[in-house]
Design a binder for this molecule. Structure first.
Ligand code: LMR
Length: 394
C-alpha cells in the first residue's frame, strides 16, 4: 500500500537542525529552530526544572493513568498563569493538558470544527510555518490576514484591521499572544484594544497562541492580550506551550484553555475536548507537566524559575542590541534598527532567500529562507562573525 505515497519535503525549520549539526565548520552559527541557547550555545535544563525532577524522583508514588484531561493540578496552575488568579471562578474556563502547544492547537481546531464545520480561521501573514499545515490538515478553512510590511519592517496594522473587517460572525482569529513567530513584532496595548473592539463588534472568536509567555516582558505582561479578550468576549480559545518558558521542548507540555459563555457550556466543551483527545492520542504525557506543576506550586521553585526566565529575557535583549551595534559597524549603509523593536526569540533579518542561501553555504550561518533569526543563537563570541557574514551578502 505504501507505494502510493510520494516523499514529503522535510519541515523547513526542523531540517536546519540536521544541516547545522553536520556542518564541520568551527565558526558555524545556528539561528534556526526556536530553542533557547545560553551564551555558550547550550540549551540548558533550567535549574528549577532539575530540582522539580529530583523531587519527582524522590516523591512521586505512581505513574498510573490520569485521564484525557491530564492533571487537574497542572491545569489549574496554567489557567492561573494565563488568565490570572481572579479568572475562572465563574466556571467558564475549561482547561486540558496537551502534548505541547502543537497538541493544543490541533485539539482546538478539531473542537472548533465539531462546533461549526463551516468555521474559517484567520491566520497572520506571515505566521509560524507549522500553523497552516497543523491546523489545515484537520480540514478547517484557513484565510490569511496581512500582518507584516517588509518595506517599513513593521506591523501593517491598517491592512490587518481591513482584512479582519471581512471576517464573518463566529470566525476564529488566530493571534500570537506575544513574541510573534516569525517576525518578533507584537501588537501594542492600543492595537490589542482596537483588535478587541473589532472582535467584539463583529462577534469573532479570538484564538490566541501563547507559546512564549514570559519571553517578551514577563509572565503577567505577556498575558495582556489574552486577559483583555477574556474581559471583552463571551467565547475564546487559547493554546499554551511550556516548551520555551520552562525549556521542556522534548517533554511536550502544553494546555488548551477554552472560554465558554457559561459554566454549563464549559462543561460540555470540556467533555467534547476529552473525547477528541481520547480518539487522537488518548492521554497527554505526564512527566513535563508534573515538573511544571511542582514549580508553579512551590513558592521557592517558582521564584527561582522566574529569576531564570528574567535572565533569559535579559540575554535576548542584550544580544539584539549587540547584533544591531555590530551591524552598524559592519554594514553602515544598511539599517537594521527594526530588530530592536522585536521581542522574544525571533526577528526578521530582512534579507532575500538568495542571501540566506549564501549565508548558509558561504558562511555556515543557518536560518530559514524567510530570514527569520533565532536571537538565542547569537553569543558574545559569534556576534562579530555573524555581522560580518550578513554584511558580506548584502
Ligand atoms: C520554531 O518556530 O522554530 C519553534 O516553534 C519550533 C518548531 O517546532 O517549529
Amino acid at each position: 500500500m505504501f507505494e502510493t505515497l510520494t516523499p514529503k519535503p522535510a519541515d523547513s525549520i526542523l531540517k536546519l537542525i540536521g544541516e547545522h549539526q553536520s556542518d564541520t565548520r568551527a565558526e558555524k552559527v545556528d539561528l534556526g529552530v526556536g530553542v533557547y541557547r545560553d551564551a555558550t550555545g547550550n540549551t540548558p535544563i533550567l535549574r528549577a526544572v532539575k530540582k522539580a525532577e529530583q523531587w519527582l524522583v524522590d516523591k512521586q508514588t505512581s505513574k498510573s493513568y490520569l485521564g484525557s484531561r491530564g492533571d487537574a493540578v497542572f491545569c489549574d496552575a496554567i489557567q492561573r498563569m494565563v488568565f490570572g488568579d481572579a479568572a475562572g471562578s465563574d466556571g467558564r474556563i475549561a482547561t486540558i493538558q496537551t502534548p505541547g502547544g502543537s497538541g493544543a492547537l490541533r485539539v482546538a481546531a478539531e473542537l472548533a470544527l465539531r462546533s461549526n464545520p463551516d468555521v474559517t480561521t484567520w491566520v497572520s501573514d506571515p505566521t509560524w510555518s507549522n500553523h497552516t499545515p497543523l491546523l489545515g490538515e484537520t480540514g478547517i478553512r484557513l484565510r490569511a490576514y496581512p500582518y507584516y510590511d517588509s518595506g517599513s519592517r513593521s506591523i501593517d496594522f491598517g491592512a490587518m484591521l481591513d482584512a479582519l473587517g471581512e471576517a464573518e460572525q463566529g470566525d476564529l482569529i488566530l493571534l500570537h499572544g506575544c513574541c510573534h513567530n516569525p517576525t518578533g513584532m507584537d501588537l501594542s496595548v492600543e492595537q490589542w484594544q482596537q483588535v478587541a473592539d473589532l472582535v467584539q463588534k463583529r462577534k469573532l472568536i479570538p484564538f490566541i497562541d501563547l507559546a512564549y509567555q514570559g519571553f517578551a516582558h514577563g509572565i503577567e505582561e505577556d498575558a495582556y492580550g489574552v486577559r483583555l479578550m477574556y474581559e471583552r468576549v463571551p467565547e475564546m480559545m487559547v493554546t499554551h506551550s511550556c516548551s520555551k518558558n520552562f525549556g521542556l521542548y522534548r517533554d511536550r507540555v502544553g494546555a488548551m484553555l477554552l472560554v465558554a459563555r457559561d459554566e454549563e457550556t464549559a462543561q460540555t466543551v470540556d467533555s467534547q475536548a476529552q473525547f477528541v483527545v481520547r480518539t487522537m492520542y488518548s492521554l497527554p504525557p505526564d512527566h513535563g507537566a508534573a515538573v511544571v506543576s511542582r514549580i508553579l506550586h512551590d513558592a521557592k521553585l517558582r521564584a527561582d524559575w522566574l529569576t531564570e526566565l528574567d535572565a533569559i529575557r535579559q540575554r535576548l535583549k542584550g544580544m539584539r542590541s549587540a547584533l544591531v551595534a555590530a551591524l552598524q559597524e559592519a554594514a553602515p549603509d544598511h539599517d537594521f534598527s527594526h530588530i530592536l523593536r522585536t521581542t522574544g526569540m525571533f526577528a526578521y533579518l530582512g534579507v532575500s532567500t538568495e542571501q540566506v542561501e549564501r549565508l548558509i553555504k558561504d558562511r555556515g550561518v543557518y536560518l530559514p529562507g524567510s530570514s527569520r533569526i533565532n536571537v538565542c543563537g547569537i553569543t558574545p563570541g559569534n556576534v562579530r562573525y555573524l555581522a560580518d557574514s550578513i554584511a558580506s551578502v548584502l
